[in-house]
Design a protein around this ligand. Structure first.
Ligand code: FMN
Length: 192
């Protein structure tokens, strides 16, 4: 059971084709997501699968220009939750975003193992998407996961084309992990 190749292979691919993704494939992705751990097994994730052409069009209309690349995708998964659907600790630790992130992480690795793209985005008009999908106002629309098959990188902007074909971009590991003591020199929060 070696997941490292899938983790290393996964990329936030933007060259997505219009080729269909079957209901069975989407259900496999959802099962992987739903097996994620959560605080007290609260399972705070709520997925709305968008594959109907009219609904897809409504969701895609809520994407800003920078997310043009998502327009060909045959499936979009909306991930919504509410603070009270997961652990809320008295010191302000609310776990619903964390739990949904764990689920989407599982889903992305599963997608990679099936040669599918599953790319989460934050760039969309949340109110427009919530209205299009009937997501109640008190839920947070945490992300849209763009799902599809690999497409032609030539369709991408120069910037995205370079990222798509370029190397993995990560800070040195020692800037995000230390041993036995917090050793980070992050800029002050007000400077971020
Ligand atoms: C919460 C979240 C929001 C993101 N939003 C966008 C987005 O709106 N548009 C986009 O093109 N990529 C988006 N990305 C992709 C990131 O830019 C990408 O994961 C990051 O640059 C690292 O690249 P990699 O996933 O290929 O390693 C998002 C990723 C995450 C996890």
């Amino acid at each position: 059971m070696n997941l490292v190749p899938a983790i290393e292979t996964r990329r936030a691919r933007r060259a997505v084709s219009t080729a269909p993704v079957s209901r069975e494939e989407v259900e496999t992705l959802l099962r992987a997501a739903h097996l994620a751990p959560s605080c007290n097994n609260t399972q705070p994730w709520r997925f709305v699968v968008v594959d109907d052409p009219a609904t897809l069009e409504a969701v895609k209309a809520a994407l800003p220009g920078g997310n043009y690349w998502a327009k060909p995708a045959p499936v979009i998964l909306a991930v919504a939750s509410r603070r009270d659907l997961d652990c809320t600790l008295s010191d302000g630790r609310d776990y619903f975003l964390f739990g949904c992130g764990m689920a989407v992480g599982n889903l992305m690795i599963q997608a990679t193992s099936m040669a599918l793209i599953a790319h989460p985005i934050a760039g969309y008009k949340p109110e427009a998407v919530k209205t299009a999908l009937g997501i109640p106002a008190d839920y947070t629309l945490i992300t849209l996961v763009i799902v599809g098959r690999p497409g032609d990188p030539a369709t991408l902007s120069d910037k995205h084309h370079a990222i798509e074909l370029g190397p993995r971009d990560r800070r040195p590991l020692e800037t995000v992990a230390s041993w036995n003591r917090f050793e980070f020199r992050d800029p002050a929060a007000s400077a971020m």
